[in-house]
Design a protein around this ligand. Sequence first.
Ligand code: FAD
Length: 404
Amino acid sequence: MKSFDVIVNGGGLAGATLAIALARQGRRVAVIEAIARNAPTQPSYDERSLVINAASLNILKSLDLLPVELERVPVARIEVNHAGGFGYLTLKASDFGRQQFGAVIVARELGEVLNQALTSADHIELICPDSLVDFAVREDRVEVRLASDQRLSARLLVGADGNRSTVRELAALPCQVHDYGESAMVFNVQARLAPPATAWERFTSNGPLALLPLADGRLGVVWIDSSAAIAEALQWTDQRLLNALSDRFGQDLGGFSQPGRRASYPLVRQRTPWPVAERVVLVGNAANAVHPVSAQGLNLGLRDVGGLVDAVTGAPDPGIHAILNRYARDRQADQDATVRYTDTLARAFTNPSRLAAFGAGLGLAAHAAWPTLSARLAQAAMGFREPVCSLARTPPQASGTGIA
Ligand SMILES: Cc1cc2nc3c(=O)[nH]c(=O)nc-3n(C[C@H](O)[C@H](O)[C@H](O)COP(=O)(O)OP(=O)(O)OC[C@H]3O[C@@H](n4cnc5c(N)ncnc54)[C@H](O)[C@@H]3O)c2cc1C
């Protein structure tokens, strides 16, 4: 049986980043990934535009995962508004002494960088395509059985296997699941007069709509509505889609054109209150999945990665109780706050109650009026929630690819 320090089940964005970080500590890591790396069905590395916040950019940069050739479009201004309601908020990174809140990166392109790093790292064995089907804890090790019937052992097993985590299920870790009954439709468009480095979050009574800056004047659209409405919108002609986008957005930035391919994702909230068991820990979506409003999911997962890396640094045995419990305790406040915050945003503006919509408008107006409130919002948007992990704190290099 092959033996490792750590087995990471799931080579998506969170699992791959964790494996790379652990291998840099000199640990021998096995990554098990169910889907072939370049398969069009690889769920983690599709065409979605991800807003990677400042803290997460620092994490990636610390691990040399932001090469110059990786396209990242800065977000220096965020416009938040409420269709049919009052309240309007503009957040400018410069008001908070920053050049940018974060940057938009296409998941597929980040996936290519991670893939390259995974396959070239000295201490990583990528086992793909294969999947974990069972594990058992034996004294100071965990033994894993794969679908291929191969067996591996390690000090620590990490479940980074997404919303339907097999590791979470086999470890019998309780997870609270809420189905929003909504889906996100994702595509990109050309906008004739898109201002640079600007992202929009518009709350409508049917669900939020985000427009994110991409290269060459294109915008990534994340359009959320009931799953039935999204199923219909996926069938619209391009012209109908563009007209509906202008209506929903309330303006057309000089004219929308050339919509790209549409994809959709059902939305759930998942919270695993205590994501550790004997020699097992969950990170990323395997632990917590959040509504995409305000772009927090992967950012939260990368902070899990940073927290776990800190927790195991220097430990001869990364799987012992004391380490995993400390990790769970240290991460709890951030995980709770992020799940609660995104859930509140997802519900507040779409609540049919006029009172709730009024309250949401008031919330925006209050954030706009009181600098301390918008500073808190901006700080959360940038991902610097205490305790900030070492990888996120690392000062950016002079090359300008990190966050000032
Ligand atoms: C529309 C939309 C927009 C979003 N926008 C943003 C954004 O702007 N910013 C942001 O921070 N987040 C965003 N997110 C969230 C973000 O995409 C996810 O949080 C992130 O992709 C989760 O990464 P992960 O690695 O934890 O899980 P996943 O991406 O689900 O990866 C899990 C991996 O595990 C593998 N796997 C599963 N089971 C097994 C098994 N038994 N054995 C082996 N392998 C297995 C899977 O094949 C997969 O590769 C968005 C999400 C959506 C839906």
